[in-house]
Design a protein around this ligand. Structure first.
Ligand SMILES: Cc1cc2nc3c(=O)[nH]c(=O)nc-3n(C[C@H](O)[C@H](O)[C@H](O)COP(=O)(O)OP(=O)(O)OC[C@H]3O[C@@H](n4cnc5c(N)ncnc54)[C@H](O)[C@@H]3O)c2cc1C
Length: 452
């Protein structure tokens, strides 16, 4: 029987451990804190509070496919209907998100013409995309790409606020090829992003289930963690940090805080800086690349208010364009986005912070969240309950050059038999991608090295 040791019990590590178990391997999973990593659902007096991720996108199928395998299909929920679903605050006003966006690209001319997000000149500039020639091959900064194709207003008023939260920090220098490869592909294939998006959205609409773009579980994202743990009985060593790794024969020896664990396959499902620390004594040739993946901070402040007399809110939330001067990136109206997340009679609002603003301490975060919310709603609201979570340097950013760094890391990994680096640092930051990554690494190894 093959032995697999997984270090890191976020969703990448849990999915890797599950895949190994499913394929009949003996599994040990070391997690220094609690399983779930960035995923945390607090169930408290009828509140279901997500302090980290609150949704998976349906068109990346790996999380929901796993949920089905784990028997969670009856617990999958979509977002509550809302049209428009979200707003962006620009020039002191909330503007509805144009309908039919493909990631950040308007895929229909009607909503683009009608939207109040852009000035008439800004719309004309966006329309130039229909005529502009293709850009150069190769990687490009996301900000420069959107401005080149669609103009400055689309960047500042739509693309930047929509994507600012995904990788933390400033989306300007994200790698187009690593973070938004589908947009580069659209340009390559269709030349115009708008025309290409129209074709892509037609296909996607046909394949989308249930209408809602986002999905979660009745009991929150932690249901996925709990269902995975149910499959891993006895394999999880929670509260045990991996201290050192060594090669032993053709395999590995992992020293944890409470024991030593031999393995044929070692899966490092930890953030890149933690992987670099473990790999340094082995002379791993891509330590510099691992360490040069930038990490930004994120934080959330969730507040419950007495709904009686609470100002009216529309859609699932509002995002802020940077020049508006808010500290938070935006607010989600959780009670309007999901059913049954708060007891009757509560309004549930979550402020999302990323980059420098997320580095404030809890007291400052709450102050900023309340100041922003009061300014946004124009009312002096006071929360009855508050939940705050900080993710210091918790979000990897795929900046220009990420794919080169990744290629160097993958080449170095190949020099160490039975080593796999998986998780949000590498091939996608969302829950679906890290699940796919963890499972892929384990299946590849066990298919190449079947138990003898
Ligand atoms: C605020 C926020 C909101 C988000 N929203 C969404 C969303 O809505 N949808 C979405 O798809 N994604 C979202 N994401 C992204 C997604 O949650 C993460 O990218 C994903 O959960 C990361 O999983 P992971 O397993 O790669 O890493 P992590 O969850 O970071 O897990 C790594 C684990 O390794 C452990 N570890 C580290 N070092 C050691 C060691 N030496 N020994 C043992 N254990 C160790 C850590 O304790 C941690 O548990 C969000 C992220 C944040 C922070």
């Amino acid at each position: 029987m093959k032995r697999v040791v997984v270090v890191g019990g976020g969703l990448a590590g849990l999915a890797a451990a599950y895949e190994a178990k499913r394929r009949g391997a003996a599994v040990t999973l070391l997690e220094k804190d609690r399983p779930g990593g960035k995923v945390r659902t607090i169930r408290d007096d009828g509140f279901v509070i997500e302090t980290g991720p609150d949704a998976v996108v349906r068109y990346k199928p790996w999380a929901l496919a796993l949920a089905r395998e784990l028997g969670l299909e009856d617990e999958v929920v979509g977002t509550l209907p809302a049209r428009p679903a979200a707003y962006i605050r620009v020039r002191g006003r909330n503007h509805p998100l144009p309908e039919g966006l493909n990631v950040v690209i308007p895929s229909r001319l009607g909503p683009l013409v009608r939207t109040s997000l852009f000035s008439p000149l800004g719309k004309l500039r966006a329309g130039l995309d229909l005529f502009l020639p293709r850009g150069p091959e190769g990687d490009e900064a996301f900000g420069a790409f959107i401005r080149r194709r669609l103009g400055r207003e689309v960047w500042e008023n739509l693309a930047a606020p929509l994507t600012g939260g995904i990788y933390g920090g400033d989306p300007e220098n994200l790698s187009l090829l690593a973070a938004f490869p589908m947009l580069k592909e659209l340009e390559k294939k269709h030349r115009s992003l708008i025309l290409g998006s129209l074709a892509a959205m037609k296909k996607r609409r046909a394949s989308r289930e249930g209408g809602s773009l986002f999905a979660s579980f009745e009991g929150g994202q932690a249901r996925l963690v709990e269902a995975l743990l149910d499959q891993l009985d006895g394999s999880l060593h929670a509260g045990e940090r991996a201290l050192a790794i060594e090669q032993e024969g053709s395999g590995w020896r992992v020293t944890g805080e409470r024991g030593v664990y031999p393995a044929e396959l070692l899966v490092l499902a930890v953030p890149a800086p933690a992987a670099a620390e473990l790999l340094e004594p082995l002379g791993f040739p891509a330590l510099a690349e691992l360490r040069s993946i930038p990490y930004h901070s994120a934080a959330t402040v969730t507040m419950a208010f007495d709904a009686a007399g609470f100002p009216e809110r529309n859609g699932h939330g509002v995002l802020f364009a940077r020049p508006e001067g808010f500290g938070a990136r935006g607010f989600t109206w959780l009670d309007r986005k999901w059913a049954h997340r708060a007891p009757e009679g509560y309004a549930l609002c979550r402020a999302y912070f990323s980059g420098e603003e997320a580095e404030q301490d809890e007291e400052e975060l709450l102050k900023t969240a309340l100041r922003d919310l009061r300014r946004l709603l124009g009312a002096s609201v006071e929360p009855e309950r508050v939940w705050i979570e900080r993710f210091p340097r918790g979000m990897p950013a795929y900046t220009v050059g990420h794919l080169k760094r990744l290629a160097a890391i993958e080449a170095a990994e190949k020099g160490f038999a039975g080593l796999a680096l998986v998780g949000a640092a590498y091939r996608g930051v969302g829950i679906p991608e890290v699940i796919r990554d963890g499972r892929r690494a384990v299946s590849e190894f066990l298919e190449e090295h079947p138990a003898s």
